[in-house]
Design a protein around this ligand. Structure first.
Ligand SMILES: CC(C)(COP(=O)(O)OP(=O)(O)OC[C@H]1O[C@@H](n2cnc3c(N)ncnc32)[C@H](O)[C@@H]1OP(=O)(O)O)[C@@H](O)C(=O)NCCC(=O)NCCS
Length: 407
């Protein structure tokens, strides 16, 4: 094994040279065990697509020095996020607008793949270590990743061999896009915010939520961000026409309000469920045909997921007041209709496990994942200003800000 390890060369991905071989490894890794359904991801010819919208990113490939065969790859990106908060001096209030975020530089690892024919030879470990070297060179304090709880190989690699600890278990909530439109409650007014209004609302209300990206402005103004929508009870003084701006709104908010933003993953990657029986596919198609023909019945039809399909991701979900969950529900109906217009098959979001607004997010359990495992490791100390101590030891909060660039 030692000999095998030393003939592995890890180097930066070169689009021109490596595209075909990387796609080949990706394809081999996605094949699920016989007889079961598996999820295939089509990166639309751009293996860096899931990190390229972050402030800094890198993709590494592992190749055999003798044959130049590509046998593995890893992607990583770096950004600055909130890891805690501090109160203004002389303030004893729990109002989030009275607290200040504490930022830290974090790195996110994703898309680690090793060709099935070359596993258990230390290649995964080598790729992670080389990626971490780049993180450290760039002053990263924490590195983290998301994996499925039951992916034993990945969990063992990161926790046993690389020193990561289990950190958070947010829920991925996925809802199908039906052939009919969903009605938005007539007791709710929806207001579309401009990117700059959305930025000031998010900064004032959510910048102390963990993982809030300091460059939220570049997220909101990205071409993939389809808009930020605010829901308020109908009859309150705010409408699209009389919108006074976020500062005024937050100084005199209605009793309840909710907000979310929509990100277009469809232009970044496509998913495909493979391995379904013909009967299952026919059944799904039949529900869609009936739903299309008789939309007023509002049948919960099964979307097209057995061919490459796109999705929208809902991020920045938040709100306040006793009716906030209901308002979130109305926002989700609106987002469903946007996804339908955009030709998507599902709408997904990811929220903290204990998020109080989770009840307002419609989702199908069979498509969702209640506990997405996030693991974290501290790479350096004392970069954030000492208020937080070791973030990896901190208990989870009620909310988490999941960056759409990394979904
Ligand atoms: C996870 C994956 C990248 C590991 O790659 P690898 O090159 O085989 O890993 P390594 O040889 O470096 O293994 C290092 C350690 O990881 C753990 N590990 C790796 N594969 C394992 C397995 N199948 N079962 C249990 N532990 C495993 C072990 O602790 C191993 O150390 P050991 O061999 O001394 O026992 C590879 O299995 C893979 O590509 N899986 C499919 C894609 C995936 O799940 N990616 C992770 C998403 S975050």
């Amino acid at each position: 094994m030692g000999d095998e390890e030393c003939v592995i060369v890890v180097r930066e991905f070169d689009h021109r040279k490596d595209l075909a071989s990387v796609e080949e490894v990706e394809k081999r890794c996605e094949v699920g065990p016989g007889g079961k359904l598996s999820l295939f991801t089509d990166l639309l010819g751009d293996p860096i697509c899931r990190v390229r919208h972050s402030p800094a990113f890198l993709m590494l490939v592992a190749e055999l020095s003798s044959t130049k065969e590509t046998v593995g790859m890893i992607r990583g990106c770096i950004k600055t996020v909130t890891c805690g908060k501090k109160l203004y001096r002389n303030t004893k209030t729990s109002d989030p607008s009275e607290a200040l975020p504490i930022y830290t530089k974090v790195a996110y690892i994703l898309g680690l793949r090793v060709s099935p024919s070359h596993r258990r030879m230390g290649i995964g470990l080598k790729l992670v270590r080389r990626m971490e070297d780049w993180f450290v060179q760039n002053g990263v304090e924490y590195s983290y990743l998301a994996t499925e709880n039951d992916n034993q190989a990945s969990v063992n690699l990161f926790t046993d061999k690389c020193g990561y600890s289990k950190f958070r278990t947010p829920s991925v909530l996925v809802n199908p896009v039906f052939a009919h439109r969903l009605p938005v409650s007539n007791r709710v007014t929806l207001i579309k915010l401009s990117p700059s209004d959305a930025e000031s609302l998010y900064r004032r209300r959510f910048s102390t939520t963990e993982f809030f990206p300091r460059d939220i402005d570049s997220v909101l103004s990205n071409r993939l961000s389809l808009g930020t929508f605010l829901a308020v009870p109908r009859g309150c003084c705010y409408t699209q026409g009389s919108w006074p701006g976020s500062d005024k709104f937050l100084s005199e908010p209605p009793e309840s309000w909710a907000v979310l933003s929509v990100w277009n993953c469809k232009d970044v990657f496509r998913l495909e469920v493979r391995g379904a029986s013909r009967m299952r596919k026919t059944l799904a198609k039949t529900t869609r045909i009936v739903d299309k023909l008789l939309p007023f019945l509002r049948l919960p039809s099964i979307p097209e997921v057995f061919r490459p399909f796109g999705l929208h991701f809902l991020y920045g979900l938040g709100g306040e007041g006793p009716s906030a969950a209901k308002l979130v529900n109305a926002l989700c109906a609106h987002a469903h209709n946007l996804a339908k217009e955009g030709g998507c098959s599902v709408v997904a979001t990811e929220v903290a496990n204990r998020e109080p607004l989770k009840v307002g997010v419609p989702h199908w359990k069979m498509l969702s994942c209640n506990e997405d495992l996030w693991c974290i490791k501290r790479l350096g100390e004392d970069y954030s200003d000492g208020y937080v101590g070791d973030w990896t030891k901190s208990p989870p909060g009620f909310s988490i800000f999941v960056d759409p660039r990394e979904f």
